[in-house]
Ligand binder design. Structure first.
Ligand code: ZN
Ligand code: ZN
Length: 327
């Protein structure tokens, strides 16, 4: 009995020593958490009176500011970017705007689709993630026929929005869908003509292509506003419900940190830089004066904000985030 007790104590001591050694040993390190490097799904919702607005992100791409900005000095560009902690090239968002008026579902712009490579073409996935189907879209309005606005309209040679009517400014349609205009356009725009023609072809074939004129009410609550310069028929859209207004302005601004400081700064893609400058200034002043919410194709996703006018410059004030808008 005595021997047994002694032996039991020995075992207990051994266990205690073992536990002590375990406790003193360094814990095995957790495996390093791999960085994820993706974003959430690219849609953002807000309400505008009776309308529901959903921004859809098509993707972001490195915008080669050094190469494409004109009418602004390299020093000014460097100063503007450094003020905002940016360096060239700056990632540019490609945003489109889905408007549910109640009776109608309207999409303004469609992203680049397959025309810009892997960066982009996420609009359809984001539309589905936002709770809609491409078949539900009644009408698609384009601000202009550049690749990053028209490219998402087709998929594998077919209509990406099979029940939609496609509406484009008559002036832009005349310009981009006439191959002869390639001859007078800069060389780097040559593929833009081809892309526009290929993109809209399925809608023309199906009898679902319809032009609009300047300043036309397209449906109750959405009016076209001719803002030419970036392209001959560049169009902005004023979306109004109750006493609320959203100005979907297309490519009025490409790089906010530069062009809000100096609206003369243009891009080499501008078909008529003087007219582009004029309408940039006019729309900035209009948005500031009327306190419109602006829907911007290329300002950082979701591209929704207001414009504040200073003496000679403008500020972009992003909309305030709402977790469950209108609920
Ligand atoms: Zn453009
Ligand atoms: Zn664009």
């Amino acid at each position: 009995m005595h021997t047994k007790n002694y032996s039991h104590t020995g075992i207990m001591n051994f266990i205690a020593l073992f536990l002590w050694i375990l406790a003193m040993a360094p814990l095995p390190a957790n495996a390093a958490a791999p960085q994820v490097r993706t974003q959430g799904q690219g849609f953002y919702r807000m309400t505008l009176g009776d309308f529901e607005i959903t921004t859809l992100l098509d993707g972001t791409h490195p915008f080669p500011i050094d190469k494409v900005m004109i009418e602004v000095s390299k020093e000014e560009i460097a100063r503007d970017l450094s003020r905002d902690g940016l360096t060239a090239p700056v990632q540019g968002s490609i945003n489109a705007f889905l408007i549910n008026t109640g009776p109608k579902l309207i999409l303004i712009d469609t992203g680049a689709g397959t025309l810009y490579g892997d960066c982009c073409g996420h609009l359809l996935a984001n539309l589905r993630a936002a709770g809609y189907q491409p078949e539900q879209v009644d009408e698609v309005y384009l601000t202009h026929l550049h690749k990053d606005h028209v490219g998402g309209i087709f998929l594998d040679g077919k209509m990406a929005f099979p029940n939609a009517v496609l509406r484009v400014s008559a002036t832009d349609a005349d310009y981009w869908l006439t191959p002869a205009n390639k001859a007078t356009a800069p060389e780097f725009l040559s593929t833009f003509f081809d892309s526009a023609i290929v993109s809209v072809a399925p809608y023309i074939k199906a009898g679902r292509f319809k032009t609009f004129s300047a300043n036309e009410q397209l449906i109750p609550g959405i009016t076209s506003m001719a803002t030419p310069g970036h392209t001959p028929g560049h169009t902005s859209f004023l979306v109004e419900s109750q006493s609320n207004a959203l100005l979907v302005w297309g490519d009025i601004i490409h790089v906010a940190p530069i062009q809000l400081q100096n609206p003369k700064a243009s891009v080499e893609y501008d078909n008529n830089p003087l007219s582009a400058q004029r309408y940039r200034r006019e729309l900035l002043d209009l948005a500031a004066k009327k306190h419109y919410i602006v829907g911007a194709a290329h300002i950082a996703f979701p591209g929704l904000g207001r414009i504040r006018k200073n003496k000679h410059t403008y500020d972009w004030i992003p909309v305030n985030y709402e977790g469950a808008p209108g609920k």
